[in-house]
Ligand binder design. Structure first.
Ligand SMILES: Cc1ncc(COP(=O)(O)O)c(C=O)c1O
Length: 459
């Protein structure tokens, strides 16, 4: 570990003593002391006191400009007044009935207006809806296998918790990657139904279809790979996948848990002009409450109407989440707000680029919609294996350096990216950039001393 990183870690520990104590207590009862493995990092995670607008406070009272925003679930920002008002009203009318109500049709209409789907069902998490999306595709095609990309994350069910962060010694042929379980407990039998291909590599996808003739039900992908920082599809890649699905009788599933709200008003289909068969949405469509949905054409969704595919869930369409969802699509994710965050995103991205150039840091900024990431690698990454070469200690230096100066530049982990909320202001972005300007020269210096291509990757 280089000296400058050690110094930042020492400062972090000095500033966040209450988080350290809270973590010490939590670890006795909660594995790793956190509710999701993604929230754990060394030496211990920040514990939050509260959040409002674009800011949060930790237990020690330090304030941060928040670009973590719950791993991108809060394009609305914290406590958006429209969301708070809608949820508050609902709390007095009963939150959950397990019976149909009017908000369901209203939100279904809103979703079908924005995204190229004709019918939807609702749930509470991204994991749930990608699971139902895969099941629907299997039912629609009568096939069992799902093709996913190496390095992509689609939640926690057995079909997709495969080759998420595989180790180099396990991942095999770059064009026909081995299906590697994403942890113990994923059955060997389910691995047989998961075919892995390389992102941005149509030849790899074509080969996988040939090796599994008439067996692949669907390709599931994030149109922008956001589990490796931010990796854009190369021109023609999404169109090529659409063609390959059509030629091979498979469905195309867009996991838009992240991109759906944050990329554009109409998500990735609008942004890239490619229409999938099934869309899965979660995170920012709920304005901070647990809300998710999956949708497709009437013909595909009718598999549920005909009682061929089973879908359920006690908390589906609970009224607090639905009220938040309605307020979010009607009052937060508006065309005007997309224009506002578009300006902020441009400012942040261009500001980072100028600072990178000035400080001679070997890095680039990848950006799309309200998301972006500092990629500590000299050239654009195209897939998971490129990403594993990112200099992890340098990234930690960046993250803790920013945190120590009041900017939560993104969630912890170098596979994540920043989010800008509708409540961020130009002043927030100026502040963020001023802090990066302070940190960047130290990063460049450490990079030179360490040699630019120290590799690591995986967590
Ligand atoms: C692209 C993608 N799909 C699915 C999921 C799973 O969503 P959830 O954590 O709500 O289950 C995530 C979560 O980070 C995600 O980023």
């Amino acid at each position: 570990m280089h000296d400058a990183l050690q110094k930042e870690l020492a400062t972090y520990e000095k500033r966040t003593r209450k988080s350290a104590a809270a973590h010490k207590r939590a670890i006795e009862r909660i594995p790793l002391g956190v509710a999701s493995n993604y929230r754990h990092y060394e030496p211990y995670p920040l514990f939050v006191k509260d959040g409002k607008g674009s800011r949060i406070h930790d237990l020690d009272g330090n304030e941060y400009i928040d670009h973590n925003l719950c791993f991108g679930a809060l394009m609305a920002g914290h406590c958006h007044p429209a969301v708070v008002k809608a949820v508050e009203q609902e709390l007095h009318r009963g939150t959950t009935f397990g019976m149909p109500h009017d908000q369901e049709w209203e939100l279904a209409e809103e979703i079908c207006k924005r995204y190229p789907v004709e019918m939807v069902r609702f749930g509470s998490s991204g994991t749930e809806v990608t699971m139902h999306g895969c099941r629907l595709a299997r039912a629609a095609t009568g096939r069992d296998k799902i093709l996913k990309f190496e390095g992509s994350y689609h939640g926690l069910h057995d079909t997709v918790l495969v080759s998420v962060k595989p180790k180099a010694e396990d991942y095999g042929d770059p064009e026909a990657p081995t299906s590697v379980p994403g942890g113990a407990g994923v059955p060997q039998a389910s691995l047989a139904n998961v075919v892995v291909a390389a992102f941005n590599n149509l030849a790899s996808v074509e080969r996988r279809f040939k090796e599994n003739p008439g067996q692949i039900a669907a390709i599931i992908l994030e149109p922008i790979l956001m589990n490796v920082g931010l990796c854009l599809p190369q021109p023609g890649f999404l169109e090529g996948l659409r063609d390959l699905c059509d030629k091979n009788g498979a469905l195309l599933i867009f996991d838009e848990v992240k991109t759906g709200a944050k990329l554009a008003w109409g998500g990735a289909s609008e942004f890239f002009g490619v229409k999938p068969d099934i869309i899965c949405l979660a995170k920012s469509i709920g304005g901070g409450l647990p809300l998710a949905t999956f949708g497709a054409s009437r013909a595909v969704m009718d598999l549920i109407s005909q009682h061929k595919v089973f879908h359920g869930g006690t908390y589906n369409t609970n009224r607090a989440a639905m009220a938040a969802g309605l307020a979010t699509v009607r009052e937060v994710l508006t065309r005007e707000n997309y224009a506002h965050v578009g300006i902020l995103s441009k400012k942040l991205t261009e500001g980072y680029r100028a600072i990178i150039k000035k400080s001679r840091l070997q890095a680039y900024v990848a950006s799309a919609g309200v998301n972006g990431a500092l990629m500590l690698y000299p050239q654009e990454i195209r897939n998971y294996r490129d990403w594993t070469k990112i200099d992890v200690d340098l990234w930690r230096h960046y993250w803790f350096g920013m945190v120590n100066r009041g900017v939560l530049a993104q969630p912890y982990w170098w596979d994540e990216q920043w989010t800008i909320s509708v409540q961020h202001t130009e002043a927030d972005i100026d502040n963020h950039l001023a802090v990066f300007e302070e940190v960047a020269p130290a990063l460049a210096k450490a990079q030179q001393e360490r040699g630019a291509s120290v590799g690591a990757g995986g967590h």
